[in-house]
Design a binder for this molecule. Structure first.
Ligand code: HEM
Length: 174
C-alpha cells in the first residue's frame, strides 16, 4: 500500500488538494534550493547536534569559515533537495514515488542512519522553506509538507527494514 492512496490507513495519505499545494509551493521555492538546503542542514546541526555524527561533523559550533565544512553541508542540502524534487514530481505516480523512498531507505541502512531522525529532517525542511515562501506560507502548506514527510518516513523505514532483513539488497543498490 503506497502513500498516495488510502484504504486501510496502513500508510499516511496525501490528498489531491495537498498534491496541488506541494506542487505549487515547489514552483515558488525551486529557485532557492541551495539556500534552503544550507539553511536546513545548518539549523538541523544546531538544533539536533546528534545528527552531526552521521555526516562526519564533530560537536561544538560549526565553523562556518571552514570552506570544506560549508561545501559538505551544501552538498548534503542539495542531495536532499534533489530527492524532495523527485518526490513532488512523482506525486501522481505512486509506484515510482514508493520505489524512490524504498530504495533511499535501503541505502540509508548502508549509511547506518538513525531512521527515527527522518521526521527531524522533515521539520527542518519545513522551517527552512518558510522565509522563501513569505506571504505564500499558511497552515495548509505546513500540513501538506508534514504529510509528505510522514510518507517519506514511513516508506524509508520500510526500505530500511527490508535492507536489515536482507543486507545483500543494499549492496546491489550501491
Ligand atoms: C527525509 C529524510 C532523508 C532524505 C530525503 C535523505 C536523502 C539523502 C540523499 C539523497 C542522500 C545522497 C545519497 C543517496 O541518494 O543515497 C543521502 C545521504 C546520506 N544521508 Fe540521508 N536523507 C534523509 C534522512 C537521513 C537521516 C535521518 C540520516 C541520519 C540520521 C541521514 C544520513 C545520511 C548519510 C550519512 C548519507 C551519506 C553520506 C553523504 O551523503 O555524505 N539521512 N540522504
Amino acid at each position: 500500500m503506497g502513500c498516495l492512496i488510502s484504504s486501510n490507513g496502513e500508510h499516511p495519505m496525501i490528498t489531491k488538494e495537498q498534491t496541488k499545494i506541494l506542487t505549487s509551493t515547489w514552483h515558488s521555492i525551486h529557485g532557492d534550493l541551495e539556500k534552503i538546503g544550507l539553511l536546513m542542514f545548518m539549523g538541523m546541526f544546531d538544533n539536533y547536534p546528534e545528527t552531526r555524527q552521521f555526516f562526519g561533523l564533530s560537536g561544538g559550533s560549526i565553523v562556518l569559515e571552514d570552506p570544506a565544512v560549508i561545501q559538505k553541508i551544501r552538498e548534503h542540502g542539495l542531495r536532499f533537495m534533489t530527492t524532495a524534487r523527485k518526490l513532488v514530481m512523482n506525486l501522481d505516480d505512486k509506484d515510482k514515488f514508493d520505489r524512490i523512498l524504498l530504495d533511499l531507505g535501503r541505502r540509508h541502512h548502508g549509511y547506518k542512519a538513525d531512521v527515527d531522525l527522518i521526521e527531524v529532517f522533515g521539520q527542518q525542511f519545513i522551517a527552512s522553506i518558510q522565509p522563501t515562501l513569505k506571504d505564500n506560507w499558511n497552515p495548509a502548506v505546513g500540513e501538506a509538507w508534514e504529510q509528505l514527510f510522514k510518507c517519506v518516513s514511513s516508506r524509508m523505514k520500510d526500505g530500511f527494514l527490508q535492507a536489515q532483513s536482507s543486507p545483500s539488497n543494499t549492496e546491489l543498490l550501491k
